[in-house]
Design a protein around this ligand. Structure first.
Ligand SMILES: CC(C)(COP(=O)(O)OP(=O)(O)OC[C@H]1O[C@@H](n2cnc3c(N)ncnc32)[C@H](O)[C@@H]1OP(=O)(O)O)[C@@H](O)C(=O)NCCC(=O)NCCS
Length: 166
């Protein structure tokens, strides 16, 4: 089944927020401090999505919105695939595109944060050539404030940035 990628638009905000909310709980419940959960309501994802929409890329599979990424400089900030589309190659297509966005902006290395207990995501990243760069403290949005969350930093070398090629 073909997988198509396109930049997200303002019309995608509500659908992406719903996908993100469901996927966030799939990947994080039990793997982040319980105190963070009350901040991750369905409504909370709407402004968080709207604030990132210009950096988001959407995957469409079989006419359905199947997943999305958000890239922020060197960071692949979000990678989410709807449950019905996991294990189909959507995630790999999205992540490869995100890596190309990071490399295209001139960065030689991409990084992302993953919850230590999110074993499916970690296995996926490792299969895609990413490696565990160690533990660190991720500063997560928590309403109007932030919360420190233990995380693993995954990295992938993308080759030499264009500007530094001999
Ligand atoms: C993380 C995510 C994007 C990966 O996409 P996916 O389509 O599920 O990935 P794949 O199925 O291609 O790969 C997952 C790997 O984990 C394995 N896996 C499946 N279920 C698993 C589980 N419960 N525990 C551990 N590994 C699991 C799969 O077998 C596969 O490994 P393999 O290729 O060696 O067999 C997707 O699962 C998702 O959106 N999850 C919820 C949101 C999330 O956690 N996002 C990442 C935040 S950092």
């Amino acid at each position: 089944m073909p997988i198509e990628l396109r930049p997200a638009t303002a019309d995608d905000v509500l659908a992406l927020a719903a996908l993100w909310h469901t996927g966030w709980h799939d990947g994080h419940a039990g793997h982040v401090p319980d105190e963070l959960l009350p901040f991750r309501t369905p409504e909370s994802f709407v402004p968080r999505t709207a604030g990132r929409i210009e950096r988001a890329t959407v995957a469409v599979r079989d006419g359905e919105l199947a997943g999305f990424t958000v890239v922020d400089g060197e960071e692949v900030e979000q990678v989410y695939v709807a449950a019905a589309h996991r294990g189909t190659g959507v995630a790999a297509t999205l992540l490869t595109d995100a890596e190309q966005q990071v490399a295209g902006a001139g960065h030689g290395t991409a990084w992302l944060a993953v919850a230590p207990g999110n074993t499916r995501a970690r296995r996926f990243y490792e299969r895609q050539g990413w490696s565990d760069g160690g533990g660190f403290t991720y500063v997560a949005e928590a309403g109007a404030t932030t919360m420190e969350v233990p995380a693993r930093r995954y990295v992938k070398s993308l080759g030499t940035p264009d500007g530094l090629r001999p």
